[in-house]
Design a protein around this ligand. Sequence first.
Ligand code: NFE
Ligand code: MG
Length: 504
Amino acid sequence: MARTIDIDPITRIEGHLAIRVEVESGKVVSAYSAGEMFRGFEQILTGRDPLDAQQITQRICGVCPVSHGMASVQAQEEAYGVSPPSNGRIIRNIILAANYIQSHIIHFYHLSALDFVDIAKIAAYTGKDPALLELKDWVNAQLSSKSLYPAAPFLPRYDSNYIENTELNILAIKHYLDALSMRALAHKLGAIFAGKLPHTTTIVPGGVTEIVTAKKIAACLSMMKTLQSFIDHSYVPDVIAVASAFPEYFNMGKGYGNFLGYGVFPENDGNSNHLFSNGAIIDGQIYELDPMKITEDVAYSLFSSESGLSPDLGRTEPAPEKHKAYSWIKAPRYGGKVMEVGSLARLMISHKKGRNPVVTKHIDALLARTGLKPDALISAMGRHAARAIESQILAERCIEWIENLNVGKPVFNDFEICKTGRGVGLTEAPRGALGHWINIENYKIANYQCVVPTTWNCSPRDDRGIPGAVEFALIGTPVTDEKNPMAVARVVRSFDPCIACAVH
Ligand code: NFE
Ligand code: MG
């Protein structure tokens, strides 16, 4: 008979995700993913000035606000018939690239590494680095105290297999600390053109409000080169070290293997060519993106609004007592299919389309370095590797974007808000495909719908009872110790779930 295990919350920050797994003969046989709160941003937006949308939607999340701002201005640009000039497009790419890099760094070091790195090994540190010595004293003091939460956020933790090599652990712990400064630096870099971060004030329909100066170019270049050095010399090697210590995670958390991407980092002013291509991979075949195939089911979601609608017509009516429903997350589907979104999806789509030699070069280099076959990347460990490679590609390309900025050239094209109109803003947040749909009537927002990356990945069952991406990826995951279901946590966290976003 199946045994039920609840992990609630499973997320370290970024909202509460509850995971329930049913285990038989030491393996997960079915899983349920539940977002545990309702936020109501789509309702808050109704009746407001459309220009408020990129400010309000950025408050959905402090980790990926730039992407919500981007999706919102892109939706409005379609409604108003305006697009940014080259400088505006490039500045948005730079702000977004900085946001991706800080997001991928926080995910690997601060939200995931503690599943692999043994913090207790700090006790063996004999070097002279003041930050590590301070951490060593603090962890030792916490461990010997009777505190209920000793050494949070490092402990308590599941009793499991961690990296054994002391030197590697201490290096990873040092990089954990360095990564805090690197995230701050990425925010500072983005804020040169974003005004402030998180939650930029300068991205607007038609472009950006911050002009280009030689001083800003020089500052951006210097900061991006520091970030690039951290990515190349710490982040990528650390991911490879973790991957070498836990190769079994290339065989876990595979899921359906269907991927969706909307395309991001426009390389031309028509928004038709992206650094990371759009498209859909279904059963191993690549297809062009068709936004009309996007729908949202709510049979098992806590909403009374109609199920199966395109987001253009979608509504969000909370129904907390709904029978059989178990999540505040809707169930987006693409032509009825469950799709995974995120860095891995972006790399798989770009690699399959083969139009970007840089993506191909980095993926082939990783495969050569690890001796893996491309299919092994569709796994829990593959998702970590994908974020690291994506950060590497982005830092490299972002340096070129910064050099392509033109002092004295415009950053903004003027526009008029339409009395009536509709628009769709499709972009990619760090965690995957992000869409905003706006419907304007009498100069006000009549309807606003967001379909968010973690809504795709952590969706509950759809109207046909088909499990969501994370729910399916968990099937087959080993559970050898029911009190310490570490493999389940590692598989779920490989998706970098943000429930604050997913329930919006
Ligand atoms: Ni709150 Fe987000 C990203 C968006 S996730 S982090 O990346 O949009 O659903
Ligand atoms: Mg929504």
